[in-house]
Design a protein. Sequence first.
Length: 139
Amino acid sequence: MASIVRQTMGGRYQVIEEIAKGGMAAVYKAFDTRLQRNIALKVILPSQERSEEFLKRFEREARALAQLSHPNIVNVHDYGEHQGMPYLVMEHLPGGTLKYKMGKPIPLQEAARPSTSNQPANVQFINMCCIGSYCSRSK
């Protein structure tokens, strides 16, 4: 995929830099010119399916995600398509990726324990993520 840094997507999201890239999508820090705030822009990679059914499912999932409200789940503000690339607009949380925040792997037994203030910050963070994930599935 050609770099979209310095492009404007959706007529209002100015892409600043790539934050992370995975197998299905890349995440960029961008600036919403209408609301004057930084956002995270998750763009589905061109190597992924682009059928009409895929785009409908992407839209449904974006709408469902936008309905969730929990401190451990990033807010979804918008979705769209730019030059055939579907994207999600989410709140930007500075401070690095989940992989960066997690640090070293944590044994499952330790991660599954209820969070206490005595636990390392990365274990507390995992517990918050698990709670957020559970809440998103229970809606």
